[in-house]
Design a protein around this ligand. Structure first.
Ligand code: ZN
Ligand code: ZN
Length: 420
């Protein structure tokens, strides 16, 4: 921070950003509980934002704010040093308590800010053991989360290690300031009235979801360098975007930023080859040059130029992780897109078109939130313990939609919306 003026601007932006997460993100109500979570990031770097959110939440009339502290270095130490058999131990009490709070409609807000290389050098099997144990124990909570049974959202805090990864040529202070500037811009927190800017933005996203929901394409065709892919969309699929379609009276925006309009592929209806256009930061491991071949929906071949072990661990999670669970459209001129990755999925997935390996959102099928797992599966909805987005968008991406009668409609041209 160069001057008093810059410091004052920063603090004003931070106040607006925190308010945005609470008012727009989880839409916090009077007398509602708020659980403040943090990803494995330096506790001292996230603490100021945790405190700011706590103060603002109580000022908004929150009933109780429950902070859940975590620490990046301690998480890394456990990954490196804990006995092998202890890695599948989970804090069941915490998951049960989350389930109870979810059932009473508590808001969950998570702050991310991990070092993208946090788990560099940790054996992939150890990471997989921890992830699987947590996913199994949190099955019910994950279902509740994906159905938006409780309001939840994710925000970010710029941290030293993350900032250095994104801006390696800047000094530590300048890199941190640059990352905060990026976060404020990408989330519109730097605008005089962020909520008004967001209302306008969400309306624009709704224009796209409405058009797609009217057209009811039976298939999408992707063409780009290294990509020749068709994605069938199941009958009754719904496009979502611009906040939650579920919580009409009390809308929430689960990701801030959010630039995506998304739906789900037919589980067995994806064919061809697809290449990632950005590295994927997965649990502190960087996976670059992802390339998948799919036949009848199933990933039959996969490769990566680096982080291949981590990619294998994602795809080999279970049967469902051999299939896709999300198709998301994001224009190349998204304000989140800075031309290169920021090594955090919250931002990178809102910078480019992406698809996800693994579980589909049941809300993307008509009536899906009240269907049983068997009914959903019969409709072509994929299940898995995992859901991992990776970016396939670029200025060279064209997408066509194919209607039931076989007519082709341009949806994306040169990475931008071509549909009204
Ligand atoms: Zn997405
Ligand atoms: Zn996703």
């Amino acid at each position: 921070m160069a001057s008093d003026g810059a410091q004052a601007t920063f603090e004003a932006n931070l106040e607006r950003y925190a308010a945005l997460l609470l008012q727009l993100g989880v839409n916090l109500q009077a007398d509602q509980n708020l659980i403040l979570n943090m990803s494995a990031a330096p506790v001292e770097e996230l603490a100021p934002m945790m405190r700011l959110l706590t103060r603002q939440a109580y000022e908004m009339g929150a009933r109780n704010v429950f902070p859940q502290w975590d620490d990046g270095e301690m998480a890394r130490t456990r990954m490196l040093l804990a006995p092998e058999e202890a890695l599948s131990d989970v804090q069941l009490w915490r998951i049960r308590w989350y389930e109870e709070e979810s059932a009473r409609g508590t808001a969950f807000l998570t702050l991310v800010g991990s070092d993208p290389d946090l788990f560099d050098g940790v054996a992939t099997e150890r990471l997989t053991t921890v992830r699987r144990a947590n996913a199994r124990a949190s099955e019910q909570l994950m279902v509740a989360t994906m159905k938006l049974a409780h309001p939840w959202s994710i925000g970010a805090v710029a941290t030293q290690a993350w900032a250095h990864k994104v801006f390696p040529n800047l000094s530590a202070d300048d890199a941190l300031a640059a990352l905060w500037d990026y976060i404020f811009k990408a989330t519109r927190a730097d605008q005089p009235d962020p909520l008004a800017a967001w209302r306008e933005h969400l309306n624009r996203l709704n224009v796209h979801t409405d058009a797609l929901n009217r057209l009811r394409f039976k298939r999408l065709r992707y063409r780009a360098p290294g990509t020749e892919l068709t994605i069938d969309l199941p009958e009754g699929h719904l496009w979502e975007g611009g906040g939650s379609a579920l919580a009409k009276e009390r809308p929430v925006v689960p990701n801030i930023p959010t630039e995506e309009v998304f739906s789900l592929p037919q589980r067995d209806g994806v064919n061809g080859t697809v290449s990632a256009t950005m590295p994927l930061n997965y649990n502190g491991v960087l996976i670059e040059g992802i390339r998948l071949t799919l036949e009848g929906g199933r990933i039959t071949q996969y490769s990566a130029t680096s982080g291949a072990d981590a990619l294998a661990s994602i795809i080999e999670t279970d049967d469902g992780s051999h299939y896709l669970g999300e198709v998301a459209l994001v224009p190349h001129d998204s304000p989140v897109n800075r031309g290169s990755p920021v090594y955090n999925t919250l931002f990178d997935e809102n910078a480019a078109c992406h698809i996800a390996i693994g579980r589909a959102y049941p809300t993307c099928i008509e009536g899906g939130e009240t269907m049983s797992q068997e009914e959903l599966a019969a409709r072509g909805v994929n299940f898995s313990d995992t859901h991992v987005d990776f970016m396939i968008g670029s200025a060279a991406l064209d997408i066509d939609g194919e209607t039931a009668s076989g007519e082709r409609v341009p949806v994306f041209r040169g990475g931008l919306w071509a549909l009204a």
